[in-house]
Write a protein that binds this ligand. Structure first.
Ligand code: NAD
Length: 251
């Protein structure tokens, strides 16, 4: 049976671990030809040899590297802008450096990547799907200590609405994924970072779990399933949306 993404070409950023990695694997399992990119070459190397996946180092903070990657990629059908970093701060504690870095990695990278890959997508005339990684935290629902993170993730919601409006006639769709708390390597770092305040690593982990009404963390594979849907023709009538996938956090 043909996969749900059979014949499609996909480009994924931040694919070395977490949601990006799970999505690159899911895209390939559904028949897509995937360019999986990340700045972490060592972890990215673990995807080398997976059928359908080609790996390439790409630092999404580097405009020239993005231009070169877009040139090499040509016309893709799916672009998944997954790169992002979670700062833990409030408006009072957020530094200028944190603000600038968060906007560069979480927002400007998606702007540059999409701007670089869109012209070939338009020219190919096959339509396409732009997916950006937003979040439920402080962009959909208030979350403590997620000031600049929430501001950047809310910016991405505006970005997809705008792109969706401008390219709807070319059948290029743009949607944002807004997850709750997902078990990934960077979540482990946040759990560890909050352990002192929570009293222990276990208490810190329990606090993250408790946010979801379902009483568990999401898995990277569950988020990847949504990305497969948004990348496939099954979601052909869906554009400009910010889709919450959060185990009931926003209930
Ligand atoms: P992660 O944070 O564990 O890994 C992030 C990946 O991004 C790493 O492989 C890292 O090498 C890569 N990366 C960092 N800087 C880069 C750069 N300059 N260029 C290219 N790659 C770079 O993965 P995750 O937790 O799955 O997060 C992925 C995305 O999902 C992020 O945008 C994050 O904000 C978002 N998100 C995560 C959660 C969660 O609970 N984990 C929830 C909502 C949204």
């Amino acid at each position: 049976m043909a996969g749900r993404l059979q014949g499609k070409r996909a480009f994924v950023t931040a694919a070395a671990q977490g949601i990006g990695r799970a999505t690159a694997l899911a895209f390939a399992a559904e028949g897509a030809t995937v360019t999986a990119t990340d700045v972490n070459e060592a972890r990215l190397g673990e995807l080398a040899g997976v059928p359908g996946i080609t790996t390439a180092r790409l630092d999404v903070l580097d405009a020239r590297a993005i231009a070169a990657a877009a040139e090499a990629a040509g016309a893709v059908d799916i672009l998944f802008n997954c790169a992002g970093f979670v700062h833990q701060n409030t408006i009072e504690t957020c530094t200028e450096e944190e603000w600038d870095f968060a906007f560069a990695l979480n927002v400007k990278s998606a702007f540059r990547m999409t701007q670089a890959l869109l012209p070939a997508m338009v020219k190919a005339g096959r339509g396409g799907s732009i997916i950006v990684m937003s979040s439920a935290a402080s962009s959909i629902k208030g979350a403590p200590n997620r000031f600049v993170y929430g501001v950047t993730k809310a910016a991405l919601i505006g970005m997809v609405r705008s792109i969706a409006s401008d390219y709807v006639k070319q059948r290029i769709r743009a949607n944002a994924i807004c997850p709750g708390t997902v078990e990934t390597p960077s979540l482990q770092d946040r759990i560890a970072a909050n352990a002192a305040q929570a009293g222990s690593v276990e208490a810190s982990r329990a606090a993250f779990i408790a946010r979801q009404a379902m009483g568990r963390l999401g898995t990277a594979e569950e988020i990847a399933s949504l990305a497969v849907y948004l990348g496939s023709d099954e979601s052909g009538f869906v554009t400009g949306q910010s889709i919450v996938i959060d185990g009931g956090w926003t209930l």
